[in-house]
Design a protein around this ligand. Structure first.
Ligand SMILES: [Zn+2]
Length: 153
């Protein structure tokens, strides 16, 4: 309840909770949110949390997330919960799951990778390790860590 008081309740949209402290802006980047979309976005950074010490929370009004977006969020925030809000009520609460593969994002860090040429080939990665986070490009087999992922979103 205390968390709810920090950021006002939303009517419809998505609340992403339990983001590791300091990663809220990366989550916005994953979602392609620049602030120019017109809907209200609330961000709480370094909120005290009984579970994790500190955490970030992002509330996005009038938007629900695509499964592909949730997969990338899971890489950056493996303990995040995604709450879908409709008329002020949480209608769905899901903990993210680390995907075995991610498609579409991030871009491969290898400039010569087929996914970075003009070929119509979408980035595709497989999860190699959870902690530390490592994903491997399906095409050029290069390994990317968390820093590489954030840099190439
Ligand atoms: Zn590649």
């Amino acid at each position: 309840m205390e968390d709810e008081l920090r950021v006002r309740k939303i009517r419809n949209g998505t609340v992403i909770d339990h983001i590791p402290a300091g990663n809220a802006l990366t989550v916005l980047k994953i979602l392609g949110i620049s602030g120019k979309e017109g809907n209200t976005i609330s961000i709480a950074v370094n909120v005290p949390s009984s579970k994790a010490g500190r955490k970030d929370i992002v509330k996005i009004e009038d938007r629900e997330l695509e499964p592909q977006e949730v997969d990338i969020i899971a890489l950056i925030a493996p303990n995040a919960t995604i709450n879908i809000i409709r008329t002020f009520k949480v209608v769905e609460k899901n903990r993210v799951k680390l995907p075995k593969t991610v498609k579409g994002y991030p871009h491969c860090r290898n400039p010569n990778c087929v996914t970075n040429t003009n070929e119509p080939v979408e980035p595709l990665f497989t999860l190699r390790s959870k902690d530390p986070l490592r994903i491997r490009c399906h095409y050029c087999k290069i390994i990317m860590d968390k820093k590489d992922i954030i840099k190439n979103l």
